[in-house]
Ligand binder design. Sequence first.
Ligand SMILES: Nc1ncnc2c1ncn2[C@@H]1O[C@H](COP(=O)(O)OP(=O)(O)OP(=O)(O)O)[C@@H](O)[C@H]1O
Ligand SMILES: [Mg+2]
Length: 389
Amino acid sequence: MPWCEKYRPTSFSEVKGQDFAIENLKRFIQTFGSGKNAIILHGPPGTGKTSLAYAAAKETDSEIFELNASDLRNRQKLEEVLKPAIEQKSITKKRKIILIDEVDGLSTTERGGLPELLYLITKTKCPMIITANNVWDRRFSLLRQKSELIKLKEVEYKIIKDILISILRKEGLFVDNEILTSISIKAKGDIRAAINDLQTLAHTKEITIESIDERNKEVDIFNVLKMVFKGKPTKDILEVYDSVNLSLDEIFLWIEENIPAEYQGKELARAYEYLSKADVFKGRIYKQQYWRFLIYENILLSYGISSSKTQIKDGFTAYKRPSRILKIWLNNQRIAKKKSIAEKYAKHVHIGGKRALQEFAIIKQIIKSNPLIQKQLKLDDDETAYLDR
Ligand SMILES: Nc1ncnc2c1ncn2[C@@H]1O[C@H](COP(=O)(O)OP(=O)(O)OP(=O)(O)O)[C@@H](O)[C@H]1O
Ligand SMILES: [Mg+2]
């Protein structure tokens, strides 16, 4: 069973993010007879229009009497079935609500059911709820005049996320927080879409945003390595790394790791020559903050490495990920952040930098748990991210 049906709201309180519509719908039903006979709930798909109609019925202990476009178009049926149902206020003692769901679906021809619908609105003895995605169509101008209009909003992603979380809880499943956020944002207010995405994902286990992201990154870098190592060095090769979501430092490691897999003899020597020059620029960039030199590092790593070969290559090469060096590099990055945070803290509380590093485990907790301290220390984004790890 689709989760969006399984978890369709049955009461007003379960319809999230639509307080304004709920208030108005309540009032419309309570004061029925003193104002307009129909209310149009309109807005984008998956925001709760149909659900609200059913919730309203439940909350007021009414029966839903749903008419579709073809019921309306069938004038005879309308006379036979509908009129008595409306005019004898109640047969079963239960109150009734007439629902015309998705009025946009009404045919555009003259006999499309719209005149009957308008007639119905003037005659009805029970509240009518009409739902629509787009109510501003010209052919609905009379309908708009005869009805109250209530707009349902696209639901905020945080509310969508809460709905997803509550469904997961009931299903006894767990999905990574970041994934929930990304599904909720991607849905652009459409709760049904979000729930469907979640259900699809929940059936394909082990997928996390990070793993998808990592996988994409690797596909990219493998392709790029292929272009650099095997292809002709052209001007385009200068921009080849722009398409990879990796820093030049990381790309450097990939190149370094894989040069021997592709080049031999003189090619190999030339490639290492270019790599070592790139490394010199890298050093200057770090030491002297000459960011401009990134350009030269990039030229050497792309065109330089690519032009090291004596001829175009084909065939398949299994490129390796630079795991060992990458780990060292990542670890150094981490230590660097730890150091810089410790230094900032030490300065602030007047202790030595060494002591701050020694007691970093506790200091980290203190800073982490207090956003105010983070602000005072003026931590940058990388440093804050380090704390959250
Ligand atoms: N506001 C909401 N609160 C909680 N769940 C919702 C809400 N809106 C939609 N949903 C979920 O999405 C499903 C579809 O909602 P619903 O049928 O009410 O949308 P709709 O606005 O009528 O969309 P459409 O315009 O496509 O007919 C519901 O079964 C429910 O699971
Ligand atoms: Mg609907």
